[in-house]
Write a protein that binds this ligand. Structure first.
Ligand SMILES: [Zn+2]
Ligand SMILES: [Zn+2]
Length: 122
């Protein structure tokens, strides 16, 4: 009855079949604060994976490799998977700002690690 009618959070491509969509979630080191609305088309997910790298080092930024504390980093996981990537604030901002639903855009200063980055008042 309902049409699968969603768009990629990065490139805006219409996703007409569930198999074209990759769901992911992110949280600031506390799973209860997760935002699980992330949705990318397969090619954007591949691009994100290329950006993160295949390794999922613990307590290190997946992008630049600096040490981060679990509660001071953004964790990105593909939905349904237990392991994901951690990003330092700078790279978390870089990643999240690619998403069309993140508005207003974030800066390292405004990045909230309390999980409310989509509800921030300007
Ligand atoms: Zn896309
Ligand atoms: Zn980094």
């Amino acid at each position: 009855m309902t049409v699968f009618d969603v768009r990629c959070d990065r490139c805006g491509t219409e996703l007409t079949r569930p198999t074209e969509a990759v769901r992911f979630l992110f949280h600031p080191g506390d799973f209860s604060l997760k935002d699980d609305s992330g949705l990318l088309c397969r090619s954007c997910w591949r691009a994100a994976m290329g950006w993160f790298g295949v390794d999922q080092p613990k307590d290190q930024c997946a992008r630049c490799g600096i040490a981060v504390e679990s509660s001071r980093s953004v964790h990105v996981l593909r939905s349904g998977e237990a392991a994901g990537w951690q990003l330092c604030p700078e790279h978390a901002v870089a990643f999240l700002n690619q998403l069309r639903t993140v508005d207003p855009k974030l800066s390292v200063e405004t990045l909230s690690l309390a999980g409310d980055w989509r509800q921030m008042q300007s």
